[in-house]
Design a protein around this ligand. Structure first.
Ligand SMILES: Nc1ncnc2c1ncn2[C@@H]1O[C@H](COP(=O)(O)OP(=O)(O)O)[C@@H](O)[C@H]1O
Ligand SMILES: [Mg+2]
Length: 310
């Protein structure tokens, strides 16, 4: 589809939502809105909650900038609604969004494509099996973000209660092998990986607090890894992005263990976009300002259903 110029069009920045990441989404959305307005776009913030369908049907808009994280925003449902309304939108389409949101489905696809991801088991329907690999284990709800509901378990004794906690967020839970090593993240923009960022939480675990409290985590860009490893992390991040069928901007979370092995943890299809978020940091490193980054993401907005080109 031909690139659209959205300069004199009505842009709706959709933010808020009903997921547990609502507050982060509002921050992301307001920062994006400010950038668009500074660049002269006719952008309007659309703060939604449970009224999202009625709001989007009623709101006249030529293009949607999706700034919603988590379920109901990042998981394909909003994307499907926008397809049916024939409103072009930023980021990944319906299927890629849904697959990336479900960590079990995403890992199954990584495995199928030979993309390295930590060993795991999925737990459904109330049972708690012991994984066939040694602890520590990372217990996660299949569909959440911002480290919500995630626990690290050191032994068998802690497993059942961690699984129970994760089930408060999603009936589907996965137990993953804990990777000792460097935590990395790579953003993909316009089909190209940006420089890799290394994440160093001051308290050892990159949880909700470490993610969103200034000063709790150190971010190093480019990551302190060998050039050849840096290129390999970028290559694997890009493969994960393509395996899920992502489009627009996305960010792959990756670990590099002490043996130099690389593992993809997950792909985020609506990465955080506050001025201190990871994607803007990586973009800044290659000379892309925050406002330009927002513009690049907007330029890629499209609809994808058959006959649905805007
Ligand atoms: N297999 C793992 N080994 C070590 N740490 C992990 C592992 N999986 C997740 N973590 C830690 O938990 C954090 C959140 O996990 P992630 O799968 O990225 O979920 P979220 O969607 O909440 O970001 C990661 O940023 C990392 O610090
Ligand atoms: Mg993550």
């Amino acid at each position: 589809m031909a690139k659209q110029n959205w300069l004199h069009k009505r842009i709706g920045v959709i933010m808020g939502g009903t997921s547990r990441e609502r507050e982060i989404s509002l921050k992301t959305g307001r920062t994006i809105l400010k950038a668009l307005q500074e660049e002269g776009y006719q952008a309007k913030g659309i703060e939604v909650s449970a009224d999202i369908v009625a709001r989007l049907v009623a709101e006249p808009m030529d293009v949607a900038f999706i700034a919603l994280h988590g379920r109901g925003g990042e998981d394909g449902t909003l994307q499907g609604l926008l397809e049916l309304l024939r409103i072009p939108y930023t980021g990944s389409g319906v299927l890629a969004s849904a697959l990336a949101m479900n960590k079990i489905k995403a890992k199954e696809i990584f495995r199928y494509h030979g993309i390295p991801t930590p060993e795991f088991i999925s737990l459904q329907g109330g049972k708690v099996d012991e994984p066939p690999f040694p602890p520590p284990w990372v217990v996660k709800p299949a569909s959440e973000g911002s480290t919500i509901g995630i626990d690290i378990v050191m032994d068998r004794a802690g497993l059942a209660s961690a699984v129970q906690r994760a089930r408060n967020y999603d009936q589907e839970v996965l137990v993953e092998r804990f990777i000792h090593g460097k935590e990395l993240t790579v953003a993909i923009l316009k089909g190209e990986p940006l420089p890799v960022i290394e994440i160093v939480p001051k308290k050892g675990f990159y949880d909700y607090q470490a993610k969103y409290t200034p000063g709790q985590t150190e971010y190093i860009c480019p990551a302190r890894i060998k050039d050849q490893q840096h290129a390999e992390v970028q290559r694997i991040g890009l493969r994960a992005y393509h395996a899920l069928g992502c489009s627009g901007c996305a960010r792959a979370d990756i670990f590099l263990n002490e043996q130099g092995e690389i593992f993809v943890i997950e792909v985020n299809t609506v990465p955080g976009m506050t001025e201190t978020s990871l994607v803007p940091k990586a973009a800044a490193h290659v000379g892309i300002s925050f406002n330009r980054l927002v513009e690049i993401i907007l330029e890629d907005a499209s609809i994808r259903i058959e006959g649905g080109e805007a």
